[in-house]
Design a protein around this ligand. Sequence first.
Ligand code: PLP
Length: 388
Amino acid sequence: MTEGSVYLDHAASTPLDPRVLEAMLPHLRGAGGNPSSLHAPGAAAREAIEEARVSVAGLLGARPDEIFFTSGGTESDNLAILGLAASDPEKKHVVVSAVEHAAVRGAARHLESRGYEVTRLGVDADGRVSPEDLATALRPQTALVAVMWANNEVGTVQPVAELAEVCRERGVPLHADAVQAAGRLRIDVSSVPVSTLAVSSHKLYGPQGVGALYVREGVKLSPVLFGGGQEGGLRSGTENVAGIAGFGAASRLASEEMEERVRHEEGLREQLISGVLALPGVRLNGHREERLSNNIHLCIDGVEAESLVLFLDAIGYAVGSGSACASGTAGHRASPVLIAMGRGEDEAFSAVRISVGKDTTREEVEGFLGAFSTAVSRLRELSPLYAS
Ligand code: PLP
């Protein structure tokens, strides 16, 4: 993260925990054996991977042999959706919520281009999917459903247990993207009947470029990469040993420290929400209670989000405009998440996301509230539309 800047964009990526770095260093400095090799350096690498598998499984209430390492959340989502669809080629219908991450939306669009019919489930004004709507959308030909555990933009938590129950009753696999939820919400796949679940290391103070897919025992999933047959044949390719070791350490720390982190983040979140809502023309998006502990997502009248993000950046505060995965890409499109929640395009372009982390301090939040108020007033003064 940039030196001297207050980092309030943990939903985009979290800083590497120094304890995680320590766990990675031996694998970056050492002999670097291939985990598939039979010699001692290979065995050491294999041992590090298996140790990490236990830690990731522990964070999710899974068994280690149900965890498959990937390059991150995007790959895990794609593997789940394309892999579930391919494992039952007779079924050509899929259901995804309208507020999914681009990784799920993109995989669903790809299936659509291959002749699948895709139902996009609408959400209420808070961004929640209704279990009744899901039940109505299911057909005998439905190959899979994808609904995320918690939303990366507005922070809304879905009623995953109820949605999973609907799917289980009909025998349809449910994929849950838990990239934002893992480490913030208690996830226990032994009591919530999801079939597959995606997680990513860099959202919980681990390194970027590594993640995992949980696949419940007995769920049929076809691979999408072919090669040496690593990860039980589901994800060929020599493993990212240092990354996986870091992800394992980050998962273990998240399990141990979750309660304390969540309590800390919720305190800061409430401080931020009451501070920003004291300004006129600022509205909170997403569910008020069923929301991630670290997420504040706002629409700000008379302010264009990107100008606000750049203004705040120039005075030392890093926040996100809408979603980092959606911004910075070619073309300027309103966030489909806010549109699905019934907001207009203008509102969607005025949306910013502030996301705190385990090391954010009260003083930083106080400083931010002053900077935010100055930035909003200044940008409104410059806005002919707002003035009128
Ligand atoms: N799913 C969600 C909900 C996310 O927030 C993200 C990242 O922002 C991803 C998937 C993609 O994860 P990764 O960056 O590890 O590919």
